[in-house]
Ligand binder design. Structure first.
Ligand SMILES: [Mg+2]
Length: 159
């Protein structure tokens, strides 16, 4: 039962392996995590394939929100390159910061998809909000101790 509650709808090794045409056909709001999903944790360096994927995404008719728990300017810096909306210090897995941001944006969406590397922030929140959820394998293992402990539990849950 616990497993079903946290289980992502899909798992991908790298975000740029996701077919954007298919994604945009199915969803009208895309939420992207930053640390270890778009860039190695603590950096804003995006690899070439991911950059190409994000540039293509920026040209498609879909709402995109970059949503990071990190309090730094990383989410803003990346979002501005691609003209996406952004939210830092998102306090995932809590809903309220995200929902307030959605209200501020004033966007209407039918079906959202949530992409991130952590079960207990991205996937858990996405599922509770009724999003389709895609777990991305983390770009690095350079996690905080608290995240490392969660990773151990994630393995038990997914495995
Ligand atoms: Mg992350």
């Amino acid at each position: 039962m616990l497993k079903a509650y946290f289980k992502p709808d899909a798992i991908k090794k790298r975000i740029h392996q996701i077919d954007l045409v298919d994604l945009v056909k199915r969803f009208d709001l895309i939420v992207l995590d930053v640390d270890n999903t778009l860039a190695i944790k603590g950096t804003i360096q995006i690899d070439l394939e991911t950059d190409r994927w994000l540039r293509t995404l920026s040209e498609l008719e879909v709402h995109v929100l970059i949503c990071s728990n990190n309090p730094t300017r990383a989410a803003k810096t990346i979002a501005e390159v691609y003209h996406f909306e952004w939210l830092n210090l998102a306090l995932k897995p809590f809903k309220f910061r995200f929902q307030r941001k959605l209200n501020q944006m004033g966007i209407q969406y039918q079906k959202g998809v949530w992409l991130g590397d952590q079960l207990f922030t991205d996937i858990w929140l996405g599922k509770r909000l009724g999003f389709h959820t895609i777990l991305i394998e983390p770009l690095s293992t350079n996690d905080y101790l608290s995240t490392r402990i969660l990773r151990y539990i994630e393995k038990k849950v997914i495995g």
